[in-house]
Design a protein around this ligand. Structure first.
Ligand code: NI
Length: 185
């Protein structure tokens, strides 16, 4: 196990399209998942994608803590070779941070509900519908696999700031957002 270095915005690895995982049960993938879990816990985040630890492969880890769950709490989950599909047209604005963009956060529009299909670390195919903050985390991490960082999804740069200032002057977001500024994805 090891705590890995996290790539910061500006490093080209964060702008690449990551490659499919050929064998989700391979020993090197198992080791990567263990190291990413340790790195995520050390950083205190709720999501981490493989490109953020300089491995351009289609895999991410995430969790939804009870404090952020507008639906169910989600334990640490490993997602390999995901496909996502929006369910309906509804978008919502919510605050996001990113371990690759430390100290900053922004209001980012995301689909409210999505279909998520992926393979887990045992090679099993999983299909589920997720919504709210859970869907936000999944969309943020999925974007990392395609070289997309949250500023590239922003619609209004007035809602982009340093963590401390955003917390100090917490502003209501335009409709229909509801999420509080907490999570680091
Ligand atoms: Ni991120």
């Amino acid at each position: 196990m090891a705590v890995l270095k996290i790539a910061r915005m500006g490093h080209p690895v964060l702008l690449e399209r990551a490659a499919e995982v050929a064998d989700p049960t391979a020993p090197d993938i198992a080791r990567l998942i263990r190291d990413m879990a340790e790195t995520l816990e050390d950083a205190g985040g709720v999501g981490l994608a493989a490109p953020q630890v300089f491995t351009s492969t289609r895999l991410f880890l995430y969790l939804v803590p009870a404090s952020r769950a507008d639906g169910d709490e989600v334990k640490l989950t490993t997602v390999i070779n995901p496909v996502i599909r929006p369910l309906g047209d509804a978008l919502e604005l919510g605050w996001e941070g990113c371990l690759s963009i430390p100290g900053l956060r922004a209001a980012v529009p995301r689909h409210k509900r999505i279909q998520l299909d992926y393979v887990d670390a045992t090679g099993a195919a999983i299909s589920r519908t997720v919504s709210g903050f859970h869907a936000r985390v999944v969309q943020h991490e999925f974007d990392h696999l395609n070289g997309v960082l949250y500023p590239m999804r922003m619609s209004d740069f007035r809602y982009f700031g340093f963590d401390e200032e955003v917390a100090r002057y917490s502003r209501a977001l335009p409709e229909p957002e509801t999420t509080a500024p907490e999570a680091r994805l």
